[in-house]
Write a protein that binds this ligand. Structure first.
Ligand code: ADE
Length: 254
């Protein structure tokens, strides 16, 4: 994923821990109540930042990366709840497009449509998404050795990760009941996963014409048990997957 300066965003600290540890010549700039860490990651100029949870936090951070830090491409990594059939805990979902499932200005505009854009689905950049998908298949494709020790795999019931690609939906709610996830599946049957930031990043990137790509590790099935192992999963699985994925994406091929 080549960019003069790539902004890498996650919501939660553990999701970026491994990236920070690999960052060369780090320099921290505090802006708008967030720490932006500039440096080089496997030879690419990057800005790492935690946006925090939710769409407003994600939109504000995305704007700063583009306007204040001059990022000309963005990448988001984090976790999501699985919605689609066969989208299981430990799988990866790469976004083709993103939609705000809680945006509803009816009867003025159709449900989900961002007013005055004529759009409800915002596409990720095709070339960067393709590169991210290829990197995910390299790391997690069939035959690859597991990155997680056997005890951790067993405790989360992990299998060999599958890589999915399609619609991810975002809203300012942690979806933690079967009733809520069923309602999303009914209204948005092609949604593969649900999270709380991606569609806001997509909308701001659309406004500025900035290409972006987004990958999520599935931490839960957005049901009544969604919250139980959430923190532990990010710490022991999602952070490992995120580091491996970005390394495969950014590290120059020999
Ligand atoms: N991120 C990870 N799991 C989620 C869920 N169940 N709902 C919203 N965002 C999430």
């Amino acid at each position: 994923m080549s960019a003069a300066c790539l902004g890498i965003v996650s919501a939660i600290a553990q999701e970026q821990q491994g990236l920070l540890e690999n960052l060369r010549q780090p320099r921290c700039v505090r802006h708008g109540s967030r720490d932006y860490t500039l440096g080089t990651l496997w030879g690419s100029d990057v800005v790492l930042v935690l946006c925090g949870i939710g769409k407003v936090a994600a939109a504000a951070t995305t704007t700063s990366l583009i306007v204040e830090f001059g990022c000309d491409a963005l990448l988001f990594t984090g976790v999501a709840g699985g919605l689609g059939d066969g989208v299981a805990v430990g799988d990866l979902v790469i976004a083709d497009s993103l939609l705000q499932h809680d945006l509803d200005a009816r009867p003025l505009y159709p449900q989900y449509e961002v007013p005055d854009t004529g759009k409800s689905r915002f596409a990720a950049d095709a070339a960067r998404t393709h590169a991210l998908h290829s990197a995910a298949l390299t790391v997690f494709g069939a035959g690859c050795p597991p990155l997680i020790d056997a005890a951790t795999q067993q405790s989360f019931g992990l299998h060999a990760p599958r890589v999915h690609r399609g619609l991810i939906v975002s809203g300012d709610q942690f979806i933690s009941t079967r009733t809520a996830s069923d309602a999303l599946r009914l209204c948005l049957p092609d949604a593969l996963a649900v999270e709380m930031e991606g569609a806001a990043v997509a909308q701001v990137c659309h406004d500025y014409g900035t290409p972006f790509a987004l990958a999520r590790t599935i931490s839960d099935r957005a049901d009544d048990t969604a919250h139980i192992d959430f923190g532990r999963f990010i710490h022991s699985v999602a952070s490992v997957y995120s580091l491996a994925l970005l390394q495969a994406l950014l590290m120059p091929k020999s």
